[in-house]
Design a protein around this ligand. Structure first.
Ligand SMILES: Nc1ncnc2c1ncn2[C@@H]1O[C@H](COP(=O)(O)OP(=O)(O)O)[C@@H](O)[C@H]1O
Ligand SMILES: [Mg+2]
Length: 377
């Protein structure tokens, strides 16, 4: 089968032999098959020819004056650029030991002299095909590796961007909540208080016999008092002023108090040192993590008790919330739809910290956030 007619690529074969007749014979034979043939009449010529242009296959005579076939083979196999060129020895040495030596040096095959045309044509064609397949495979592998590397790179980059986005969104949200809480508390709260004072004044100015109006005024006053209470509740839930004014310990104590009253679940809080100070960012993050964790306890844990520990040492700040409920499962922990937990994890990462969640069936769950005290700046 003519190789060159199958596709546009013409294989380049280097034929090395010190005998002019052999070179001619092989060249005519292979050229007829459609290959491009380059002759070399010595080992050194062969090495020079390879240097000029890397052939697809080498037919290499073994016995030659100067560098013999084995020597040429050794040299080519030593070099990264030439080690993959398939070499077929063409030799009158039919001793199995010599054959083994040639194959041991890295040759792919051998052809014995005097040559048989059919054997030469078949072997050359087979090994060129093998080489082509190997080259294709290498190309595919290298393309795939490159694509894989690029997509991993893109993935890491987009993950980083996503993380930065989440952090930014949380910061923006926090700032917004702080502003809304202040506006509601200050402006609305003040107006309502003023109304309340006015209504009380009207009530006092009314004569005795105008009971109905007086009752109405009383009702309005009660409604306004309720509204003031609601305003305080909404604004403190948006952003407890305690957090900004008195710090994380006071805010957690306040939250625990509310939690116990609402749920009836008993809480024990240990804070070490008792007066623990954190700057704005870690204080906000820890508070929000604590809020989400306690909401989860109320919603999912079926617990009767919660132990909360907040500690700060020179190295790290640790918040631990342990309940005695049903115990969170591994599936719940790793589920990417557990958005509350994802939020907790992101907040922990934004402090360069670490999150550990574990649950034991029937015994309870534990959420532990640790971050370096260095993030507290
Ligand atoms: N303290 C807990 N005890 C038992 N299960 C929990 C606890 N905290 C969380 N879970 C489980 O983990 C899931 C994921 O929590 P989360 O991401 O906060 O989502 P959500 O509270 O919106 O359901 C919850 O739906 C619940 O099944
Ligand atoms: Mg939740």
């Amino acid at each position: 089968m003519s190789n060159s007619q199958n596709n546009s690529y013409v294989a380049d074969i280097l034929v090395v032999d010190d005998s002019y007749e052999n070179l001619l014979l092989l060249r005519n034979l292979l050229t007829k098959q459609g290959y491009k043939v380059r002759p070399a009449s010595s080992g050194q010529d062969a090495l020079d020819a390879v240097e000029q242009f890397k052939p697809d296959l080498i037919l290499l005579d073994v016995k030659m004056p100067g560098i013999d076939g084995f020597g040429v083979c050794k040299m080519l196999k030593k070099k990264y650029e030439t080690e993959s060129i398939p070499i077929i020895f063409v030799t009158s040495l039919v001793n199995p030991k010599d054959v083994a030596k040639g194959l041991g040096l890295g040759a792919v095959d051998y052809i014995s002299k005097p040559i048989m045309k059919e054997e030469v044509v078949a072997k050359v064609s087979n090994h060129l095909e093998l080489k082509m397949l190997r080259d294709n495979l290498e190309e595919i592998v290298s393309k795939r590796t490159k694509a894989l590397f690029e997509s991993e790179h893109r993935y890491i980059k987009s993950q980083k961007e996503l993380r930065a986005l989440v952090e930014n969104m949380q910061a923006v949200r926090e700032e917004e909540q702080r502003r809304i809480a202040r506006d509601i508390h200050d402006e609305l709260g003040q107006i309502l208080t003023a109304i309340n004072i006015d209504v009380s004044w009207i009530e006092e100015m009314l004569e005795e016999d105008r009971n109905e109006i007086s009752d109405k005024a009383q009702e309005v006053s009660e409604l306004v008092t309720k509204a003031i209470g609601k305003v305080q509740k909404i604004s403190s839930e948006l952003r407890p002023t305690l957090l900004d004014d008195l710090g994380i310990t006071a805010a957690i104590e306040w939250q625990i108090n509310k939690f116990q009253n609402r749920t009836g679940i008993r809480c024990h809080f240990v804070c070490r040192p008792a007066e623990l100070h954190l700057t704005n960012k870690p204080s906000t993050e820890i508070y929000r993590i604590f809020q989400e964790t306690m909401t989860n306890v109320a919603r999912h844990a079926e617990a009767t008790e919660v132990e909360i520990t907040l500690t700060k040492s020179d190295e790290s700040v640790v918040l631990e919330v342990k309940d005695n409920g049903r115990g969170i499962t591994d599936e719940e922990i790793s589920n990417s739809r557990s958005i509350g937990l994802v939020g907790i994890r992101e907040r922990a990462y934004s402090l360069h910290g670490d999150l550990k969640i574990n649950g034991e069936p029937g015994k309870g769950s534990c959420v532990m956030v640790t971050f370096p005290t260095g993030s507290d700046t």
